[in-house]
Design a protein around this ligand. Structure first.
Ligand SMILES: [Zn+2]
Length: 119
């Protein structure tokens, strides 16, 4: 069974020590796509493999925040993707996840356990 959901959030960051525009405080409208995969047997009595509401909770943690205060590492798209993936895996040890974080419409970082799933 495979699930996919996505959400967007607005948040500020700066990449400290980076030699370029992203060293200055600025915001993005980030887009996050979450892929979930698990065995059919893991679907619970409500018919749910992974609650889409989990994505909403992550969105709420990030919405209108200063990401440098949330992540312990430089809040690049790569590190935001890793941060979300860790959160997902910590809460759902039996499922596989893939996280894609778009910094803009054309550029994203992707990380996770699911290799073959298409867009
Ligand atoms: Zn940026």
């Amino acid at each position: 069974m495979r699930l996919k959901t996505e959400f967007e959030f607005e948040a500020a960051h700066k990449l400290e020590g980076y030699n370029g525009k992203c060293a200055n405080l600025h915001g993005h409208r980030w887009k996050v796509v979450i892929f979930v995969e698990g065995k059919d047997e893991l679907i619970d009595e409500n018919g749910i493999l992974w609650d889409f509401n989990n994505a909403y909770e992550i969105k709420e943690e990030l919405e209108h925040k200063y990401l440098n205060e949330i992540l312990s590492v430089s809040p690049s798209a790569e590190n935001i993707a890793l941060w979300i993936l860790k959160k997902l895996k910590d809460n759902n040890k039996n499922l596989l996840f893939k996280v894609r974080v778009y910094e803009n419409a054309k550029s994203y970082a992707e990380v996770g356990d699911i290799e073959k799933q298409k867009a």
